[in-house]
Design a protein around this ligand. Structure first.
Ligand code: FRU
Length: 612
């Protein structure tokens, strides 16, 4: 009796509301009740795998509590469209099939009446479907051979490991829009580090918070109690504070179960991006954690990946201090041409990079399983060293469990200064090409880390579309055509000889150009993208970046990878690297080479089309 009364009452209230507001037009199987100027219920009443949600990028986020049988199952933030739809994102209903699903939406806009709220275009566009339309809409900048998410925002690479011939890449991912939000671990897998298969999201937010960056290891001996060969992930749960949590996968990294007793590690101040590895010399697990605002990396040990003991901290006052320290990695490398080995601590920081915004610095030194000690230079100081001298190379970390002792890394090919503003829409951000880390001694007697293109990238080489075995270049440029689609790898040896500078220019008929100049006097290579195409989305974007070339003989051997919206320049087998985004109005169509101050000699120039 009470129940009937209650539902009668509820019906009356609903009817009264419907009268007051009028019923909104919605697609089949979706019912929409406007409850006030900024609160709306979206009821899923029909069948369908996805609820499609229209997004308008310039809007603020609406907060959506997903109610499943009356309980909050998750909370997501979506820039629901108000006056126009830029693109749509799917909300996956599969986990909730057969249950009562209601989206309780609180929109951010201040409105004077419910009538106004009802006019938002998102309500009409919410529909149920069984498939997602992932075709790019005018996404001419989507890379042809770099990893990108199919849709949505991506930042840091996370938890990368190699197993049974497959390279697993997880990444900071927003499945509900192309700006940073709703951090989950997206997942892709590759046989060759070039072609990536997109897999379902691997780790979703929970009551402890969003899923920030972290790492994975294969626990061969089952030390974490999750079985032998379980893939163990450690990530930052970012709720009110940042704490570290664990998840285990028993199906090779496809799905993860969070540890019921999470978090595994808490501190009294902001710390994130746990990076762990098996230390073969001590037989223990090591963990490096970014003590973000303190500009230091904390080093822990553990026998079982769950109980972590703080051993030391490195970084206060050392190297570039910048804004926050993030995404550490620590690994041992052989020194080129010697029997020596050294430890390298990667330390991503933002801002404070050499050309503004985010960048990856590193320290070289010794590590005894507990403490990292950085080498000093001839003056007894710890030098600041950068892994890449472009603007778009961040959050670089390495794959775990790689074959043949390789140390393979991927970066996020963007910069926090403008990552959310770049002129793409359905997706935002790509990874860098994979690189192999090495150590070399430069002419100044110092050790540096090299980043050479991974050997797998040779498979991208298609036809040689232009070449020159040997040529002298002077003031008048020699010009070579690029493949029609603009996608290419260019290899070239420069011997400056009498020239003071040698310039390579990529250009198109729209007047866009990128100039890369080797300066034989300062022994540097510069990269100027100020007129590279669309640059006005951020005043931080037009820039000239400069790298030391680490040679003394005026010879540089270059490999240049040109994709639709990026150029990666590698010099002298990765002794220097520069990664920069570019958004040309049309693909670059020519390469021109000229020299100043005298003639230079170029040799072994080859322009390869890209085999996709
Ligand atoms: C680095 C970073 C990490 C954090 C993640 C959040 O780009 O700020 O420190 O875990 O992004 O998405």
């Amino acid at each position: 009796m009470t129940e009937t009364l209650f539902s009668l009452k509820a019906m009356t209230v609903a009817a009264a509301l419907a009268l007051a507001t009028g019923s909104a037009t919605a697609a089949d199987g979706v019912e929409i009740d406007h409850l006030g100027v900024n609160n709306t219920l979206v009821r899923v009443t029909g069948p369908g795998r996805y609820l499609i949600m229209p997004v308008q990028e310039s809007n603020d986020d609406a907060r959506i509590n997903v109610l499943v049988d009356g309980k909050i199952a998750e909370t997501i933030y979506v820039r629901l469209a108000k006056s126009k739809t830029d693109y749509t994102v799917p909300f996956d209903l599969t986990p909730y099939q057969g249950r009562n699903v209601i989206l309780d939406v609180v929109t951010p806009q201040g409105r004077s009446s419910v009538r106004e709220a009802k006019d938002d275009v998102c309500w009409r566009g919410m529909e149920l479907t069984d498939t997602i339309d992932t075709t790019d809409r005018e996404e001419r900048y989507r890379p042809a051979y770099h990893h990108t998410p199919v849709y949505g925002w991506m930042n840091d690479p996370n938890g990368m490991f190699y197993r049974d011939g497959k390279w697993h890449l997880y990444y900071q991912y927003n499945p509900y829009g192309s700006k940073w939000q709703n951090m989950t671990w997206g997942h892709s897998v590759s046989d060759d580090l070039i072609n990536w298969e997109h897999l379902p999201v691997a780790i979703r937010p929970d009551g402890l918070g969003a899923i920030f960056s972290g790492s994975c290891v294969i626990d061969h001996e089952g030390t974490a109690g999750q079985g032998r060969d379980a893939v163990i992930a450690l990530y930052t749960s970012a709720g009110t504070s940042q704490i570290q949590s664990m998840a285990a996968s028993r199906d090779g990294g496809m799905t993860f179960d969070k540890w019921a007793a999470n978090p595994v590690l808490t501190l009294e101040s902001e710390a994130r991006d746990p990076n762990m590895f098996r230390n073969e010399s001590t037989g223990e697990w090591n963990l490096v954690l970014a003590h973000a605002l303190d500009h230091e990396m904390l080093i822990f040990t553990s026998p079982d990946l769950k109980t972590w003991t703080l051993q030391s901290a490195f970084g206060k006052g050392e190297g570039a201090q910048g804004g926050v320290w993030e995404c550490p990695d620590l690994f041992e490398l052989a020194v080129d041409g010697t029997g020596d080995k050294k430890w390298v601590l990667l330390c991503n920081l933002n801002p404070g990079g050499p050309f503004g915004g985010s960048a990856t610095q590193y320290f070289i030194g010794d590590f005894d399983g507990k403490t990292f000690r950085s080498d000093t230079d001839a003056d007894g100081r710890i030098p600041t060293k950068w892994l890449d001298y472009g603007k778009d190379h961040y959050a670089t970390v390495s794959f775990s469990d790689t074959p043949d002792g390789r140390r393979t890394v991927l970066g996020w090919m963007s910069n926090w200064q403008y990552a959310a503003e770049v002129p793409t829409m359905q997706y935002r951000s790509a990874n860098t090409l994979p690189r192999e880390m090495g150590l070399f001694t430069a002419p100044d007697g110092e050790l540096y880390v090299s980043s050479a293109p991974s050997p797998e990238l040779l498979a991208l080489r298609g036809k040689v579309t232009a070449k020159a075995a040997k040529a002298n270049v002077g003031r008048n440029a020699r010009t070579y055509a690029l493949p029609a689609d603009g996608l290419c790898e260019i290899t070239l040896d420069i011997d400056a000889q009498k020239a003071s500078a040698v310039t390579l220019e990529l250009a198109n008929k729209a007047g866009d150009k990128v100039t890369m100049t080797y300066d034989a006097e300062s022994r540097t290579m510069s990269f100027d993208r100020r007129e590279s195409g669309v640059t006005d989305f951020s005043e931080e974007f037009p820039a000239v970046t400069v790298s030391p070339t680490f040679e003394r003989d005026g010879r540089v051997s270059l490999r240049l990878f040109v994709d639709r919206s990026s150029i990666e320049l590698f010099g002298n087998d990765g002794r220097f690297a520069m990664t920069n985004l570019v958004f040309p109005h049309a693909p670059y169509s020519t390469l021109s080479i000229s020299a100043r101050g005298g003639n230079a000699r170029i040799s072994d120039l080859k322009i390869y089309s890209i085999k996709l």
